[in-house]
Ligand binder design. Structure first.
Ligand SMILES: NC(=O)c1ccc[n+]([C@@H]2O[C@H](COP(=O)([O-])OP(=O)(O)OC[C@H]3O[C@@H](n4cnc5c(N)ncnc54)[C@H](O)[C@@H]3O)[C@@H](O)[C@H]2O)c1
Length: 326
């Protein structure tokens, strides 16, 4: 069985992916600096004989080389994540999201790594006004004076790097653009909407919707996402290609708030907060973000299918447990 390196493996998606790969029988090396990830995400696996956890930064070239030594495949998920964190510290975003990716691709060439998965994001599409986005669509990023676009732009550069390494050195790189991924272990500290709504509802506090709540999003369960990632990365025809990975069932943020209140049985009210109060005066949001997942589906024969209510019920049960309100 292969040895897999998961950067960002103590994070939300990374910890679920680590669990999935261990279940498949892989040996897993996790490299994470615990900046937004949490050690407790992997506590239940701490004694697993096939898991090695290295707490260090991907910006440390020695730690990166050590983690990548003798691995067969790399899942690169470590990044400065979340619109709020990125808007607050654009320098860190660029340092974390660009240089280490190139370094890791170099290590993949030197180490003859057979598969490389790059976690990218729907943010690369920027403000594309399309009803749904396909992988060949144009990227409509906003001006560089607005730090919000640093995240999508940094991931787009990662994609260029990854595809270039595939073309020049033959590294089998698969790029996955995640849309909104949600589930147990996701925390709301960095502006993630679902954990923020669920926590407020369970505490009977107002659920705060930014702007008027007409923004459209699609939410996929992390368990389905990591299965798609592993299947895609292993697929013989995924090399040098970009895939949308997410749910294609749209919902407005206002409807999401109502659903969270109803599924939790909360007495919370909904309040509205303008973007300039939530973020800053120059903040721009994306009105509609819906993926076309036909390419994913036709390649691996599946796509995320769980309904929003199924996804929310799972998150609510986890959050009740972690808040001790069961
Ligand atoms: N959750 C989503 O909806 C979503 C959507 C689009 C893209 N993504 C991408 O998926 C990946 C995982 O995101 P997530 O939602 O699990 O967030 P997360 O914050 O839980 O995971 C990121 C992990 O990377 C680690 N990390 C950050 N900087 C690091 C560094 N310098 N060195 C080592 N580790 C570092 C963090 O500690 C964390 O564990 C990211 O690349 C993100 O851009 C996520």
């Amino acid at each position: 069985m292969p040895t897999s390196l998961v950067t960002g493996g103590s994070g939300f998606i990374g910890s679920h992916l680590t669990e999935h790969l261990l279940q498949q029988g892989n040996t897993v090396v996790v490299l994470d600096d615990l900046s937004t990830g949490r050690a407790e995400n992997l506590t239940h696996l701490a004694d697993h004989p096939k898991l090695r956890i290295q707490n260090a930064s991907i910006t440390d070239p020695v730690a990166l080389a050590e983690a990548a030594h003798n691995v067969d495949e790399i899942y690169h998920l470590a990044a400065a994540v979340g619109v709020k964190l990125v808007a607050d510290d654009p320098v860190r975003t660029i340092e974390t999201n660009i240089y280490p990716t190139e370094q890791l691709l170099r290590l993949a060439v030197q180490g003859k790594v057979s598969r490389f998965f790059l976690a990218s994001t729907s943010e690369v599409y920027g403000k594309n006004p399309g009803e749904s986005w396909t992988e060949e669509d144009d990227l409509h990023l906003g001006p560089t004076s607005r730090p919000r676009w640093a995240y999508g732009c940094s991931k787009a550069i990662d994609e260029f790097l990854a595809l270039a390494y595939h073309q020049k050195y033959g590294v089998k790189v698969t790029v996955g653009r995640f849309f909104n991924v949600v589930g147990p272990r996701q925390v709301g500290n960095y502006g993630m909407v679902v954990p923020r709504f669920v926590e407020a509802a369970l505490k009977q506090e107002p659920v705060v919707v930014y702007d008027d709540g007409s923004q459209i999003r699609c939410f996929a369960h992390v368990a389905e996402i990591v299965e798609c990632v592993a299947a895609l990365t292993a697929h013989p025809e995924s090399g040098g290609r970009v895939f949308n990975i997410g749910s294609d069932q749209p919902v407005s943020i206002l409807e999401l708030a109502k659903r969270v209140i109803s599924r939790t049985g909360s007495t919370s009210s909904i309040t509205f907060l303008p973007y300039n109060k939530a973020y800053s005066d120059d903040f721009e949001d994306v009105q509609r973000r819906v993926p076309c997942v036909d390419l994913l589906n036709s390649t691996i024969g599946r796509k995320p299918e769980k309904t929003l209510d199924e996804v929310l019920d799972d998150i609510i049960a986890w959050k009740r447990q972690s808040l001790g309100t069961t």
